[in-house]
Design a binder for this molecule. Structure first.
Ligand code: NAP
Length: 490
């Protein structure tokens, strides 16, 4: 017999756990979470590379319903975040709802509900919440000869804990957030690193220190103090939005700060020139690090300021023509983000998949619902990422919206997102992003879809604006007509 549920959530990372918590708070009990792996945690389960941490302050990178006074430091290491999420799931009983080692293989709308095929049998769900993560599938560069490299080749999100680091010549390919966190730690562990940098990142100082026992005790005994700190961190994040979103003066101030940070740590003019970005501040994710520049300026790192072009046995050949012989290769080359891996598994009521619906890039209404896909909510999908503040704020808001909407649904009603609402929302995103550095800044980033040039992953506004629009949603984002009279407006 096919198991039937009111709600199936796909993915047991932060988004899936947040969804289950919000559904429970809304009184919806019949919820299961499908998780393809044997553990929860998503990003924080998969990313265990040396130095992995979150560059968002820990007390803001915490679920609002579950403050945690005991964070060890201002920016938490990955393992501590993973332990936090496990603790939340266990203490709330949400872990009992997770079906581990159960991957979604396919889902289609059967006219009344979602028919799911999983690696452990079929299920039906009246409501489906996709919380599959947005940076899950490693992007492996198509580089001639890489497959024949004689030593280990690992991606940052598939770290091999048995990889010897001390005394090893390691090529790190990529200078996004993962590469920039990893390089200083590889150096601390005794590796000689050759860093392939295709584009120099913008890097701001991070700061951050260990909390004292007295501080942690105070946070535990004074929830008001903790709440005030969280609010302060939130407002600091919101204030960073302007420098990323097209405010020229704010961008100039922030880029001056980044260039001063570079000058303070890198004295060699040639190296400094190589590390100076040649695109607008904020065009791609701005990085926060105090130890990246000192590491690159040290004798332990050789900066190769060009792309990895090909591999010739144990020698990596750069686009510059320079050759680097190494023992191991670490690909910090990011993820396949603009075409989400779950998109071709989901078929809507017109028989087309999400991937087909998104042929020119992801689109949605309210960053959460998609026309042609009834009773479906997507967390952390189209236009729901952030570069300036904690992404948990976004997915919690989406989870609360989904739970509220599902709870308010008249029994048996089908929630069909209005294509007109989706088009209007997409037009709004295009309009808002047109003059921002994300679109015009002269870089390549995973925020923008390569097929249309549209900003498809990043939310262009502040969190405050995002909250306001979701909290103001009044149901008009869904069609009112019965299925047979659905609007045909494109
Ligand atoms: P990423 O930002 O997509 O960076 C990938 C890097 O690989 C880029 O520098 C890219 O160069 C480079 N690259 C790709 N192919 C290359 C080649 N053939 N030769 C040389 N370089 C090549 O990936 P990521 O660093 O894994 O970060 C992804 C996202 O994860 C971040 O934007 C962030 O949202 C999240 N993250 C967050 C944290 C945190 O602390 N909160 C930490 C890690 C990751 P180009 O720039 O030229 O494309």
């Amino acid at each position: 017999m096919t198991a039937e549920h009111e709600v199936v959530v796909v993915g047991a990372g932060f988004a899936g756990i947040a969804a289950a918590l919000e559904l429970e708070a809304a009184g919806i009990a019949d919820v299961v979470i499908l998780e393809r792996a044997g553990d929860l945690g998503g990003t924080w389960r998969d990313n265990t590379y040396p130095g992995v941490a979150c560059d968002v302050p820990a007390h803001l990178y915490t679920l609002a319903r579950h403050p945690w006074p005991h964070w060890s430091r201002e920016f938490a290491p990955g393992a501590e975040i993973q332990a936090y999420l496990r603790r939340v799931a266990a203490s709330t009983g949400i872990d009992g709802r997770i079906r581990f080692d159960t991957a979604l293989a396919e889902a289609h709308w059967d006219g009344d509900a979602w028919a799911l095929q999983t690696t452990r049998g079929a299920r039906r769900a009246r409501m489906l919440i996709l919380a599959c993560g947005r940076l899950t599938e490693p992007s492996i560069p198509q580089v001639h000869g890489l497959a024949a490299f004689p030593g280990p080749v690992v991606h940052s999100a598939r770290w091999d804990p048995t990889l010897a680091v001390a005394g090893t010549r390691i090529a790190v390919v990529g200078t996004g957030a993962s590469g920039v966190q990893m390089v200083p730690e590889l150096v601390r562990r005794g590796a000689a690193v050759t860093l392939f940098q295709r584009s120099a990142p913008w890097v701001l100082p991070r700061g951050g220190r260990t909390y004292t026992d007295a501080e942690r005790h105070r946070f535990a005994s004074r929830p008001d103090v903790l709440a005030a700190l969280r609010e302060e961190l939130f407002q600091e994040g919101e204030a960073r939005h302007a420098s990323r979103a097209g405010d020229a003066a704010a961008a100039a101030a922030a880029s001056d700060q980044a260039l001063a940070h570079l000058r303070a740590h890198v004295t060699d003019p040639a190296l400094r020139a190589s590390l100076t970005p040649n695109y607008a501040f904020g065009c791609k994710r701005v990085l926060l690090s105090d130890d990246f520049y000192p590491a690159v300026a040290s004798d332990a790192v050789t900066l190769e300021p060009s792309a990895l072009a090909r591999v010739d046995a144990d020698t990596l050949v750069a686009a510059s023509g320079r050759r680097h012989t190494v023992d191991a290769v670490v690909l910090a080359t990011g993820f396949r983000a603009t075409r989400q891996p779950y998109a071709d598994l989901i078929t809507g009521e017109d028989g087309i998949s999400l991937d087909e619906h998104w042929a020119t890039g992801m689109s949605s209404a309210l960053s959460t619902i998609v026309s042609g896909f009834p009773n479906l909510f997507i967390l952390n999908g189209p236009n729901a990422s952030l570069g300036h503040n904690s992404s948990l704020l976004m997915l919690e808001e989406q989870a609360a919206y989904a739970a509220r909407t599902i709870a308010a649904r008249p029994t048996g009603a089908i929630l069909r997102p209005d294509p007109v609402a989706e088009q209007a929302y997409t037009d709004m995103i295009v309009r808002r992003s047109r003059t921002t550095a994300w679109v015009t800044g002269g870089c390549r980033s995973w925020y923008v879809d390569e097929r249309s040039g549209r900003l498809t992953l990043l939310w262009p506004g502040t969190v405050t604006e995002f909250r306001a629009q979701l909290r103001a949603a009044d149901g008009t984002e869904f069609l009112r007509e019965p299925a047979t009279e659905r609007s045909t407006t494109p």
